[in-house]
Design a protein around this ligand. Structure first.
Ligand code: NAI
Length: 480
């Protein structure tokens, strides 16, 4: 029986391995992690991450051919194929701080593999890594190998949180990069055979190692760039009276452009886009390509601009002060159908409003108070480390309360900010919300989920990203 071990039981390691176990009953899959609480959660009824469909998949395989364990050494030493799906945070100190990927966790995983292996292994990079990481890993493994042979493959993951199970069941493509030697190609074939249990052959792409590594960074950069492009247009739409949804539709019907990923919003978030672009920028700089680095940096700058523009709109609309005003924040996760808050735009928007002394009442159907408090007090990039190594929040933010209902959040509020596109926000009883708010009552829709005209009929002053401005907002000072 082929044995697979995955180091790192996170948003990627957990779901990908659960699907491999489901689709390949003849393969035994162990997912290991240094975080005891994470592994305990994977072995409980309350999985550590929320992902539609994940529960069902885990329940079908757990204890049969899918195991979660903290015994990293045992499972690595028994495995034929070792996936590495550990954190690759942005460095906060030293060379490349603020941009380069911190490969501490990757390197320590590689050293464990070298230390405990007693048989030849295929080592698969699942984490997103800088181009040429495989070369460094190869060196660590071969210099510590005691004669054991390792083949390194790059197999970046393209799943999107919120639709991870669907994406894994039916991927647009699976990408496998390997050395162009007979041994390298044999390893590529072995991994291809795993995916071939359910992925059509023409969707399994094989490349050299460096192309696979770079393709992941490039794909995320292209995706984020589309969002920043439409968000840049949203600012121009507001200035000119154009409607960003109409512009995006008109642009997206061009088959060369396509309609997906063209929704204007308060900004992109998630653990990967910013981190991977910063990493790309750093690699460009290191390779003497400052113009290319500058080009990609702009994608992040527009994203930051979009978040601060939103905060400025809120404050400017409310007579240039939100001091001591209650503002309801609906949605904190970086997108709907996930509880993940990593790099969510809600963090920067909330911090901006708190900077202007607002009182915030936050509701998100999937995010806990503890998580929100941690996010609002943690330093940038500290979130991307194993849980037990993250700094504890020193204090709670007193001006923030977290409630479990949108009506409670909006009661007596002066304004409502919608920061995540959860479906339930479309169908709230906005008349009831209006009746219980201070007047004038404002809605700032950072995801374009509400019907602005209906809300205006009720009496709200509504700001929708990239849409023709409410007469009230037109009279307010211009937003920089
Ligand atoms: P995560 O933070 O959810 O999971 C990483 C896990 O690795 C943690 O549970 C941590 O405790 C564990 N870990 C770290 N060092 C370890 C070690 N030496 N031994 C054992 N366990 C260790 O991170 P996530 O989101 O799963 O991301 C993992 C990688 O996949 C990152 O490189 C990320 O950029 C990439 N990725 C993430 C995607 C996403 O949607 N979250 C999508 C595609 C790629």
């Amino acid at each position: 029986m082929v044995k697979i071990c995955c180091i790192g039981a996170g948003y990627v390691g957990g779901p990908t391995m659960a699907v491999i176990a489901l689709k390949c009953p003849s393969i035994e899959v162990a997912v290991v992690d240094i975080s005891v609480s994470r592994i305990n959660a994977w072995n409980s009824d309350q999985l550590p991450i929320y992902e539609p469909g994940l529960d069902g998949v885990v329940k079908q395989c757990r204890g049969k051919n899918l195991f979660f364990s903290t015994d990293v050494e045992k499972h690595v030493s028994e495995a034929d194929i070792v996936f590495v799906s550990v954190n690759t945070p942005t460095k906060t100190q030293g060379l490349g701080a603020g941009k380069a990927a911190d490969l501490t966790y990757w390197e320590s995983a590689a050293r464990v593999i070298a230390d405990v292996s007693k048989s030849d292994k295929i080592v698969v990079e699942k984490s997103t890594v800088p181009v040429k990481t495989a070369e460094a890993i190869e060196k660590i493994l071969t210099h510590n190998s005691k004669g054991i042979k390792f083949q390194i493959l790059s197999n970046p993951e393209f799943l999107a949180e919120g639709t991870a199970i669907q994406d894994l069941f039916n991927p647009d493509r699976v990408l496998i990069g390997g050395r162009e030697t007979p041994e390298g190609q044999k390893a590529v074939k072995a991994l291809k055979d795993v995916y071939a249990h359910w992925v059509p052959e023409d969707r399994i792409l094989t490349t050299n190692l460096w192309s696979a590594e770079l393709s992941k960074l490039a794909a995320n950069a292209f995706l984020a760039q589309r969002i920043s492009s439409v968000n840049a247009m949203s600012a121009l739409c507001e200035a000119t009276g154009a409607n960003v949804s109409q512009v995006a539709f008109a642009v997206g019907t061009d088959s060369r452009i396509g309609p997906k990923f063209l929704n204007a919003s308060v900004g992109f978030g998630g653990s990967c886009f910013q981190k991977d672009i910063l990493n790309l920028v750093y690699i460009c700089e290191c390779n003497g390509l400052p113009e290319v680095a500058e080009y990609w940096k702009q994608v992040i700058k527009i994203n930051d601009y979009q978040k601060s523009r939103f905060v400025n709109r809120v404050v400017a609309s409310m007579f240039n002060t939100v001091s001591n005003k209650k503002i309801a924040v609906l949605g904190f996760a970086f997108k709907k159908d996930t509880g993940d808050t990593r790099e969510t735009p809600a963090i920067d928007v909330c911090k901006g409003l708190l900077g202007d002394k607002a009182r915030l009442s936050i509701y998100d159907p999937q995010v806990t108070e503890d998580q929100i408090q941690r996010d609002l007090t943690m330093n940038k990039f500290d979130w991307d480390h194993p849980l037990h190594l993250q700094p504890m929040s020193p204090t709670m933010v007193k001006q923030v309360s977290v409630v479990w209902d949108a009506y409670e959040a909006t009661k007596d509020a002066h304004g409502v900010c919608i920061l995540t596109e959860w479906d339930e926000f479309k169908t709230l009883d906005y008349q009831r919300i209006y009746d219980n708010m201070q007047k004038p009552a404002f809605v700032f829709d950072g995801r374009n989920v509400v019907d602005a005209n209906k809300l205006r009929e009720i009496g709200f002053i509504v700001y929708s990203i990239g849409k023709p401005l409410d007469p009230w907002l037109k009279d307010m000072p211009a937003v920089a």
